[in-house]
Design a protein around this ligand. Structure first.
Ligand SMILES: NC(=O)c1ccc[n+]([C@@H]2O[C@H](COP(=O)([O-])OP(=O)(O)OC[C@H]3O[C@@H](n4cnc5c(N)ncnc54)[C@H](O)[C@@H]3O)[C@@H](O)[C@H]2O)c1
Length: 368
């Protein structure tokens, strides 16, 4: 059997340092008979030489358009905007299946080029759960940003620009140092604690030194009684990690915050879920997504109340590009190993079926 080619393209989205393949997963693919080309990319958290060392062939940055059309191209984020037809098979997050801005034009590029899109967001296992997602490190990094915001507040400051950390240990140490050595005594509540993001948030709090009893973990059972919840106002940091799928009572409101007056302990809300503009957002006390350069937004409270801020960054795993890539890529690996059988392997046939459905919708929308 001839080797399965796969081409790791560069990322062109600003600040994106993550990678869909890592030297670890590339090596496992090569051992399984893949031939991997890797575009040189200074933006990527992994050095080009790390890929070369495991047997990948380095190719020029952004040269995938000239790759043979039988070579699948893998990347993470959207391709730069263009009208050019796409003749290759692309494996990536394309953010065009939920009718996002420009969705039909993106799909029409595949249509005109006779290419195929396997959207990473929609690669699912037999039970419908995503095979690979970035949740854990979103929660981990979100909790860290929350602890840093608390430290800033204690010093009478506002949290400044956040930069990606080299690895988890550096993040943990950075947070501990900023909090004066340890986070002992800090109290946190994580909602959605049984999910991917929630588990990451709980782990960060453990690693920076919170007592187990000071990490309150809630999931469906605890919120079933319906909010708003006083318990949220009685901790220093609240991290929301739920997967919102329907209308639920709010977890806290302007009124519940005001009613607590200056007895409120809560200083920082981290909304990892970031359902910011969703009409069912259970944290209806802010309305914008924050950014790495300006990570917090104040909750607009009337009267003389202690300040409260929200971290609502929607690409948190970028703060831990190396580990986030390693986890995502290793979760994706079993599916990638089935790529040579993609005409019959369920994960790929389902993804192709969905692509064809979305493509038909796009063609119809463009012809209207
Ligand atoms: N900000 C970011 O950078 C970022 C990155 C990745 C994911 N996310 C978002 O984080 C959210 C969670 O993702 P995930 O991968 O952890 O999902 P997940 O499905 O693994 O976990 C969600 C958890 O929320 C719980 N939950 C759902 N509704 C609840 C409720 N009403 N009360 C209490 N618990 C509830 C579920 O039981 C589950 O344990 C998603 O909205 C996802 O889009 C954000």
């Amino acid at each position: 059997m001839s080797p399965q080619p796969l081409w790791l393209r560069c990322e062109k989205k600003e600040f994106e340092r993550r990678s869909a393949l890592t030297p670890t997963t590339a090596k496992k693919l090569i051992d399984a008979g893949f031939e991997i080309s890797v575009e040189r990319d200074e933006q990527r958290i992994f050095d080009d030489s790390e890929f070369e060392a495991v047997g990948c062939t380095l190719v020029e940055n952004n040269s995938w358009p000239s790759a043979p059309t039988n070579v699948p191209i893998i990347g993470l984020k959207e391709l730069p905007e263009s009208d050019d037809p796409l003749p290759h098979t692309h494996i990536q997050f394309a953010h065009c299946y939920k009718k996002q801005a420009g969705w039909a034009s993106v799909l029409s590029r595949f249509h005109r080029g006779n290419g195929t899109l396997y959207d990473l967001e929609f690669l699912t296992d037999a039970s419908g759960r995503r095979v690979a997602a970035f949740g854990y490190h979103a929660g981990f990094a979100g909790a860290a940003a929350g602890a840093l915001a608390l430290a800033a507040k204690r010093q009478g400051k506002k949290l400044g620009r956040l930069e990606p950390f080299e690895n988890e240990d550096a993040m943990v140490k950075g947070v501990q140092d900023t909090l004066g050595g340890s986070a002992k005594g800090v109290k946190a509540l994580v909602i959605g604690a049984l999910g991917r993001c929630g588990r990451g948030a709980v782990d960060l709090f453990r690693k920076i030194g919170l007592d187990e009893a000071d990490i309150i973990k809630w999931d469906m059972a605890e919120t079933a009684k319906g909010g708003p919840f006083q318990e949220i106002l009685d901790v220093d940091i609240f991290v929301n990690c739920i997967y919102l799928s329907s209308s639920i009572p709010p977890f806290l409101t302007y009124d519940s915050i005001s009613a607590a007056g200056d007895r409120r302990r809560l200083s920082v809300i981290v909304d990892v879920s970031c359902d910011t503009t969703n009409p069912f957002n259970p944290i209806p006390v802010y309305s914008v997504n924050t950014t790495f350069s300006n990570p917090t937004v104040p909750v607009d409270l009337q009267g003389d109340l202690p300040p409260l801020c929200v971290v609502s960054i929607d690409h948190l795993p970028t703060l831990l590009p190396r580990e986030a890539s390693e986890q995502f890529s290793s979760d994706l690996l079993p599916s990638l190993l089935e790529l040579p059988q993609r005409q019959t392997a369920r994960v790929w046939t389902d993804a192709e079926e969905l692509y064809k459905t979305k493509l038909a919708e796009a063609v119809q929308a463009l012809n209207q």
